[in-house]
Design a binder for this molecule. Structure first.
Ligand code: ATP
Ligand code: MG
Length: 543
């Protein structure tokens, strides 16, 4: 049981909130969701599920300049894809009227004032945590003057940045968030939902807790950086005498070789360092989806990472491990040759084609079998042959035997090279009695290799990915450098492969997740066409 579950179970036992659990996932629609958000989603929806409660989706849309409906739609899609369904969908902007009334209430009670200082003056007045700040010269305006000014702010009489509404709390507090935090700012900007209705917008701290309160949230789960905001969250709920949810903070997910800031991910997209938010190298949910991650693998990852109270960094290989674990159970096997060299079986009859029976998924008998055409000329992986093989190399070499998967045992006789010394043909003979089910099929050979029939196979495009960043902590850079300097220039390699002829576009897009035998897991990319399938390498078979 993690510490959040402990708190919730105690609250249920004590009958707090009528023993109900209500959570929410509150993204700001200013970018696509990433793997860190997936963790937050799993926690919020997971807690609601576990304790028979509800979880809302609330778009925290208080910053009109950066928000967009494109992001709203993508967030909805990604949460659904992860396998969660929200009880209700809300927007912080749904509460703008109520928040405005609450702001007037605080003004009326002498707990808020309009400040005419500039942003710089306000920052300066706040000072530093170790010494008390300086009060604003406008701090002691009368209620009437404050109300009048605040209403005129709303009416659009003042330009952006000329005035703010501040809570009147404590300019000497050691918690900087208590030093008269800003509640409202003037911003003449169109909002993705409220249009031009407002030209003042509430700040996060004046919107978040109240939105939680309105929705009857019981446990407001957020990341550690909001711990210092909690006293203010509590202060607003108390001052307004409204339902008071409990804010609980957990450590955000950090991962090696990964950037998790939406601002930086947006920069990668806008400046074309990647091919969009769903580039398979991105840590976004849509990027991981296109890479071939499954919802189950991401949920298992979130579960395995657990909920911590202290910041830590998770090795990205754990995410890859979770992908393998799930895909091994579910991915349909297929044979594909990525780096082909021609193998010719000299004693195999010309023009003969045999349909070999192949197993779709050894982990799942219900997945059944398929047939793969076999003929005299095959493609095999260049790396499966070595001219000068030492004892540790078990695969094909001159005078050595290997099994061709689902087919025969072959023995290499000789090779042909071009003028540059590259191997162009590997010649061998096969033993007709070694096909599965035949008398000699159990004969021991040290290796089994995969293949593709030259005359039958289809050419496909394969996209191979490496880490997007060269270093474990891309944000940690020398002076004058940025995370962009840590980008891995070789993170994408596009190559070709020979794949089984039965893989039609329709089939590939329906199956989606494949294990290319002996090579790794691959995902049928939406760029695929009838003429050319495209596969993204999700992850290798082993670390
Ligand atoms: P960013 O800093 O990347 O813009 P954010 O925290 O501003 O992210 P929000 O849209 O506000 O993004 O996040 C929605 C929810 O997801 C919040 O509750 C936030 O705490 C949580 N969240 C964001 N990033 C992570 C992360 N890396 N690990 C866990 N939870 C996260
Ligand atoms: Mg945020």
């Amino acid at each position: 049981m993690n510490f959040i579950e402990q708190i919730i179970e105690e609250d249920i036992q004590n009958g707090k909130n009528g023993a109900k659990v209500q959570t929410r996932f509150p993204p700001e629609p200013n970018g696509y969701l990433h793997i860190g958000h997936a963790k937050s989603i799993c926690i919020n929806f997971g807690m609601a599920e576990k304790y028979h409660g509800l979880c809302n989706l609330r778009f925290d849309d208080t910053n009109p300049v950066k928000e967009d409906t494109e992001y709203v739609d993508s967030i909805r899609e990604d949460i659904h894809w992860l396998g969660f369904q929200w009880a209700a969908e809300f927007y912080a902007s749904d509460y703008f009227d109520q928040l405005y009334l609450w702001a007037e209430q605080l003004i009326n009670e002498g707990l808020a004032y309009v400040d005419d200082q500039t942003q710089e003056e306000i920052s300066k007045g706040r000072g530093v945590p170790t010494a008390p700040g300086v009060e604003s010269p406008y701090r002691n305006r009368s209620v009437e003057e404050n109300l009048d000014l605040f209403r005129r702010m709303r009416a659009g009489e003042f330009p952006d940045g000329s005035r703010v509404l501040r809570a009147k709390i404590d300019m000497a507090s050691p918690n900087m968030h208590f030093r008269d935090p800003i509640m409202y700012r003037i911003l003449h900007a169109s909002h993705h939902r409220t249009g031009d209705k407002w030209c003042i917008y509430p700040m996060y701290d004046f919107a978040h807790g109240q939105s939680d309160s309105i929705e009857g949230i019981t446990h407001s789960i957020c990341t550690l950086e909001f711990e210092v905001h909690r006293p203010l969250y509590d202060w607003f709920c108390e001052a307004l005498r409204i339902h008071h949810p409990q804010q609980i903070e957990f450590a955000r997910l950090n991962m090696t070789y990964t950037i998790m800031s939406k601002r930086k991910l947006l920069q990668l997209v806008k400046e074309h360092y990647v091919n969009g938010w769903d580039d398979p190298r991105m840590p976004t949910i849509c990027g991981l989806r296109r890479r071939g991650y499954t919802p189950a693998s991401i949920r298992n990852f979130a579960e395995t990472v657990g909920v911590a109270k202290r910041d830590n960094i998770i090795d990205v290989s754990l995410l890859e491990f979770c992908a393998r674990e799930d895909l091994n159970k579910t991915a349909i096997r297929t044979m594909a040759v990525l780096d082909p060299v021609k193998l010719i079986i000299d004693n195999y009859p010309d023009g003969q084609v045999e349909e070999m029976t192949a197993i779709n998924n050894p982990e799942d008998p219900e997945a059944g079998t398929r047939t793969v055409p076999f003929s005299k000329e095959l493609w095999i992986e260049r790396a499966d042959f070595r001219e000068n093989a030492d004892k540790k190399f078990y695969r094909l070499s001159i005078d050595r035997e290997v099994r061709l998967k689902y087919a025969y045992i072959i023995k290499c006789t000789h090779i042909v090279k071009d003028d540059d010394g590259n191997i162009t043909e590997i010649h061998c003979t096969y033993d007709p009695n070694t096909k599965s089910g035949m008398p000699d099929s159990n004969r021991k050979v040290k290796a089994t290799i995969h293949w593709a029939s030259v005359a039958h196979s289809k050419k496909a495009e394969v996209r191979l990915f490496d880490r997007l960043f060269n270093v474990e902590d891309p944000d940690n850079c020398d002076e004058g450098k940025t995370f962009l300097d840590n980008l891995n220039p070789n993170s994408l390699v596009v190559t070709e492969a020979w794949v089984e002829p039965a893989l039609t576009l329709e089939k590939a897009m329906a199956i989606k997740h494949f294990q290319f035998e002996r090579l790794g897991y691959f995902y049928a990319d939406p760029d695929s066409t009838e003429g050319k399938l495209v596969f993204n390498k999700t992850v290798s078979l082993k670390q």
